[in-house]
Design a protein around this ligand. Structure first.
Ligand code: PEP
Length: 248
């Protein structure tokens, strides 16, 4: 089970310090992997604070070159050098505001893999596509176009755009159907299995419902990962869910 916390362009040194202070001496479960994606500028700062805490760090995006004349960009090799293990690619906010394309996301994912980072590729339909029954076809195209040529470990985050930050989540059957489809699509193209995370308005109230859906291998949390109290409430619920399910 994987929990990804996407802080987006939020928090500052003081609030990051406060967040991590509350993680010291916390009893973490070995069955749940945690990764925080802070703003790039705070990766090094957070990485040092997390030195003795079993939480990974990741980048929110990366470029497809290791260096060069690309003002304002961040390279996968730099993320790796700062201690990142993962990188989010193709988040809908980047697709919308930065015009990230499937073609570009594919290139970035290939370079991330070459740089020893594990990509988390985000896909998700908008409200009209969902309402017009086009969601599955749209996601199939996103995956087909973004999928790296070669990979050992890949994570896909299914994040319906209409669910991000809105408090609305798809019905359980819609999440199950989409996660099953994503796994089938990736397997048919690569003969590899992938983990699929659900992202979009996950919180303390709906976490158990979401985790109980077949083929949900974890969650990507935005807003509810910014406050330590909410983050730990989600984490504790996930641990209890696993303990009950697997009896450990
Ligand atoms: C996100 O943006 O990846 C996300 C899941 O946000 P939120 O949890 O706030 O909907």
């Amino acid at each position: 089970m994987f929990i990804a916390a996407n802080w987006k362009m939020n928090l500052d040194k003081k609030s990051i310090n406060f967040f991590v202070e509350n993680l010291q001496h916390y009893k973490f479960s070995e069955n749940l992997q945690l990764c925080i994606f802070p703003p790039t500028i705070y990766i090094d700062f957070l990485s040092k604070l997390l030195e003795n805490i079993p939480i990974s760090i990741g980048g929110q995006n990366c470029h497809h070159q290791s260096f060069g004349a690309y003002t304002g960009e961040v390279s996968a090799t730099s993320l790796k050098e700062l201690g990142c293990d993962y990188v989010i690619l193709g988040h809908s906010e980047r697709r919308i505001y930065n015009k990230d394309t499937n073609e570009n996301i594919k290139k970035c994912s290939q370079f991330a893999i070459k740089s020893d980072l594990k990509p988390i590729i985000c896909v998700g339909e908008n409200f009209n596509q969902r309402n017009n029954g086009k969601a599955i076809d749209f996601i199939e195209k996103q995956i087909t176009d973004c999928l790296p040529e070669e990979f050992n470990e890949l994570i896909i985050a299914y994040e319906p755009i209409w669910s991000i930050g809105t408090g609305k989540i798809p019905h359980k059957t819609e999440i199950r159907e989409m996660h099953e489809n994503i796994k089938e699509i990736v397997f048919s193209k690569s003969k590899k299995n992938v983990k699929v995370l659900y992202g979009g308005s996950v919180n303390e109230q709906n976490i158990l419902e979401i985790l109980s859906v077949n083929n949900v291998d974890g969650i990507l949390v935005g807003g509810a990962s910014l406050k330590i109290k909410d983050f730990l409430a989600i984490y504790d619920s996930a641990v209890k869910y696993l303990q009950k399910k697997y009896n450990f």
